[in-house]
Design a binder for this molecule. Structure first.
Ligand SMILES: Cc1cc2nc3c(=O)[nH]c(=O)nc-3n(C[C@H](O)[C@H](O)[C@H](O)COP(=O)(O)OP(=O)(O)OC[C@H]3O[C@@H](n4cnc5c(N)ncnc54)[C@H](O)[C@@H]3O)c2cc1C
Length: 523
């Protein structure tokens, strides 16, 4: 793996000119970068914090067409997303799998309505179907979801959709991009746009680790900065209106006993007319999400009081009890960079994406969903190539297998190690180098010490947070356990990255302060 200092030297070299430069290392930016590199364009991606630090590690982790969008009659979005769901499973089977969902029905008409709607959903997926939907008796519904409220339950409908590992998928895109010859760097922020004769010709950048600044020249610049989209647009000399509506969603992680099995619960109509999920995840249960408009973007959004009470009320209604504060293992929130239109509720805003090209030639991608990232990348690079008059080259990503792809799942490998795909043997071999790297980081977490070493050596992890939040999901799975595991992680990381004791103390303190925000507190 190339050293960070070497990558920086290449990125900041005078006279270096990239075909395509992407700002932002979330789903949209990594998708565009892979698309561009796969077409053979010389591509650079800069991320100001860490890959998937923004919304892309905070999703509900569903690869789906979106049953809700079907109800809103946004058939094109559902069709596109179902097609992309199929491509994601085909190209990254180590990171995407089929999950069964049950919609419980508490009245006869609702049973018929959901049964019909989910049959249409299944039919729309055509050859990309993940499995047939079917009606369930009351008894079968309770077998699959033993912990749900029984009063008035008539039966249920079972359907299939995809579950994926969002942050690991982002890391796999990063590795795929590098395999294709692309250059990516985290902890480098775009601080301005270079413009000549009214045209965008690059960016000013700052290495946030040491404060060094430098310019980078590029024929096309893509703004894929998520909820920060308007910050980048405001660096452009060309005027722009408001393009973004930001809405926040929060999840709780509860013990696995809330679902007791491998089937997810889909609540089709919440008090505010949306859907809510309870999903099995690494032996625990994710419950979410909410949809609250917010007036400013935050890198570390915190759950609002109304989101917490909304989730508690719905858990109480569907599971017949409120979780005790100590049972809530982690609380996390993410913000959606939605395309603004009208002044209605954010939950009603379309999840379609939009590619904008400003007068200066800056290409901006916004909106969309994780599930449609590939298609978004394709549309964005089509426009970027046009703007920069690059050779016209066709997209190659529909069948592009992502880093780690393998056609069979090895027997007996736990879920959290499957995500390494074909790299797993190499990861496991680290334990031969140092037998103690085979030890768990914490008794309540599935991760081993070798995952930390791997993240530092091969996945560009730079901080304790990078390891515990995005190379593993420790912080999202169990915040208190992650805080207890952090000192071991800091020590391993400092050794791998040749950092000082002072750095280790400072980075550990920064992680502990951040992680405290994932521990549930009333109010
Ligand atoms: C609560 C919630 C649940 C969701 N669930 C699902 C789901 O289950 N399935 C699904 O398909 N979709 C889901 N989504 C939507 C999906 O997560 C988002 O559409 C997607 O992650 C957005 O990715 P992005 O790259 O546009 O933004 P981000 O992931 O936020 O990436 C933008 C990146 O740009 C970087 N950046 C910003 N400014 C600069 C700068 N100046 N220089 C360099 N870098 C910069 C940021 O640090 C950030 O990493 C969900 C969204 C939310 C909020």
């Amino acid at each position: 793996m190339t050293e960070r200092s070497e990558i920086l030297r290449e990125v900041s070299a005078d006279g270096e000119r990239w075909d395509v430069l992407v700002i932002g290392g979330g789903a949209s930016g990594l998708g565009a970068a892979v698309e561009s590199a796969a077409r053979g364009y010389k591509t650079l991606l800069v991320e100001r914090i860490d890959f998937a630090k923004g919304t892309s590690s905070r999703s509900t982790k569903l690869v789906h067409g979106g049953v809700r969008y079907l109800e809103q009659l946004n058939i094109t979005l559902v069709l596109d997303a179902l097609r992309e769901r199929g491509h994601m499973l085909q190209n990254a089977p180590h990171l995407v799998h089929d999950l069964s969902f049950v919609v419980p029905a508490y009245s006869r008409p609702s049973l018929a309505y959901y049964g019909f709607g989910l049959k249409v959903y299944e039919r729309l997926s055509g050859k990309h179907s993940f499995g047939r939907s079917k009606f369930l008796s009351r008894e079968r519904t309770l077998q699959l979801l033993p912990a749900i409220s029984r009063e008035g339950l008539q039966g249920g409908v079972l359907y299939h959709d995809g579950q994926f590992d969002d942050a690991r998928y982002a890391i796999s895109l990063l590795r795929t991009f590098q395999d294709l010859g692309g250059t990516a760097i985290n902890y480098v922020e775009a601080t301005g746009l270079l413009q000549r004769n009214g045209k965008t010709v690059g960016i000013s950048a700052r290495d946030t680790e040491d404060g060094e600044t430098f310019d980078v020249q590029a024929k096309a610049v893509i703004n894929a900065s998520g909820t920060h989209t308007e910050n980048i647009l405001s660096m452009d000399s060309a005027p722009h209106g408001a393009v973004l509506a930001v809405s926040q969603g929060t999840h709780f992680v509860l013990p696995g006993s809330f679902l007791e099995g491998k089937t997810a619960l889909m609540i089709p109509k919440t008090a505010d007319g949306r859907v809510l999920f309870a999903i099995p995840w690494h032996g625990s249960t994710i419950v979410g999400t909410t949809d609250e408009p917010v007036d400013h973007a935050s890198d570390e959004p915190r759950a609002l009081a109304q989101e917490k009470s909304f989730l508690l009320d719905h858990i109480d209604r569907y599971f017949g009890r409120r979780p005790a504060a100590g049972e809530i293992q982690s609380v996390w929130s993410g913000q959606r960079p939605l395309v603004r239109s009208g002044s209605g509720k954010t939950s009603q805003l379309s999840r379609d994406h939009r590619v904008l090209v400003s007068e200066s030639g800056l290409v901006t991608i916004t909106g969309g969903k994780w599930t449609t990232y590939r298609r978004m990348g394709q549309d964005t690079v089509d426009r970027a190539a046009e703007v920069a008059s690059l050779d016209k080259r066709p997209s190659r990503t529909v069948d592009l297998k992502l880093h780690g792809w393998m056609d069979t799942h090895p027997e007996g490998v736990p879920e959290w190690e499957l995500v390494y795909g074909s790299d797993l043997a190499q990861l496991q071999a680290l334990s031969d180098e140092q037998p103690e790297w085979n030890e768990l980081l914490h008794p309540m977490l599935p991760y081993k010490r070798r995952e930390v070493v791997w993240a530092a050596r091969y996945e560009m992890a730079r901080t304790v947070e990078d390891v515990l939040a995005r190379r593993t999901h420790a912080l999202f799975l169990n915040a208190r356990a992650a805080m207890e595991a952090a000192p071991v992680v800091a020590k391993l990381l400092a050794k791998e990255l040749k950092r000082s004791d002072a750095w280790m103390t400072q980075d550990l303190a920064a992680f502990q302060a951040l992680a405290a925000g994932y521990v549930y507190e009333d109010g």
